[in-house]
Design a protein around this ligand. Structure first.
Ligand SMILES: Cc1cc2nc3c(=O)[nH]c(=O)nc-3n(C[C@H](O)[C@H](O)[C@H](O)COP(=O)(O)O)c2cc1C
Length: 187
């Protein structure tokens, strides 16, 4: 699938078939993440491939469900999909000098670099006919404890990877006229 087409037709998938996802497809998705750009090529990302049912259930338990009334719509997907990809970041690398000190006002750029890798991966998955949904509303430290993520690393996000069992309509996007300015902000 051509890149622009993949960008435009990818949707977040929250319903999956039980059909298996083979290692070759998982490898292709991971490879797409590996080739993302990163701060000074520091590649702070680490990927955990989860197939174990008990681990998936434990991770699904970390997704927000109340008490504020917000139930993460991705819970069932995380629990039932054949594969989960979990993205961690080594802290003190992206946006940092060799001593681990941040060099811009933004601090550690790990969220930026891992997001680039994740976007590569979800687009690659889509081009292979597989669905994903990026999960952010969850207790990341609890998920990190489930997976034994060591000190110095932050568990950033995770996404299910499986054969879609739904074809959701595209959610609307702002028009370019609302988000693009000429020469000066707001103009
Ligand atoms: C950083 C981030 C966090 C997200 N967290 C969740 C989540 O916790 N649960 C969920 O169901 N969807 C989550 N999403 C998916 C968004 O809701 C979705 O991308 C958005 O509504 C646009 O729909 P589309 O992906 O189908 O184009 C997240 C997306 C991003 C980029």
């Amino acid at each position: 699938m051509e890149v622009l087409e993949s960008i435009k037709t990818r949707r977040s998938i929250r319903k999956y078939r039980s059909a298996p996802v083979d290692d070759k497809a998982v490898q292709a998705v991971l490879e797409a993440g590996r080739w993302a750009p990163s701060w000074a090529n520091t590649q702070c990302w680490r990927f955990i491939v989860v197939r174990d049912a008990k681990t998936k259930a434990a991770l699904a338990d970390t997704l927000f469900r109340g008490p504020g009334g917000f139930e993460n719509p991705g819970i069932t997907a995380v629990n039932t999909v054949p594969v989960l990809i979990v993205i961690c970041a080594q802290m003190g690398k992206s946006g940092c000098n060799p001593h681990g000190e941040t060099v811009t006002e933004k601090g550690d750029w790990y969220l930026f670099d891992t997001a680039l890798a994740v976007q590569n991966m979800v687009l690659a998955a889509h081009s292979l006919g597989l669905g994903t949904v990026i999960i952010g509303a969850f207790d990341a430290p609890a998920a990190a404890a489930v997976l034994g993520v060591p000190e110095g690393y932050s568990l950033v996000t995770l996404f299910p990877l499986g054969v879609p069992d739904e074809a959701p309509k595209a959610r609307p996007r702002k028009e370019l006229s609302e988000i693009v300015f000429k020469d000066k902000f707001g103009a």
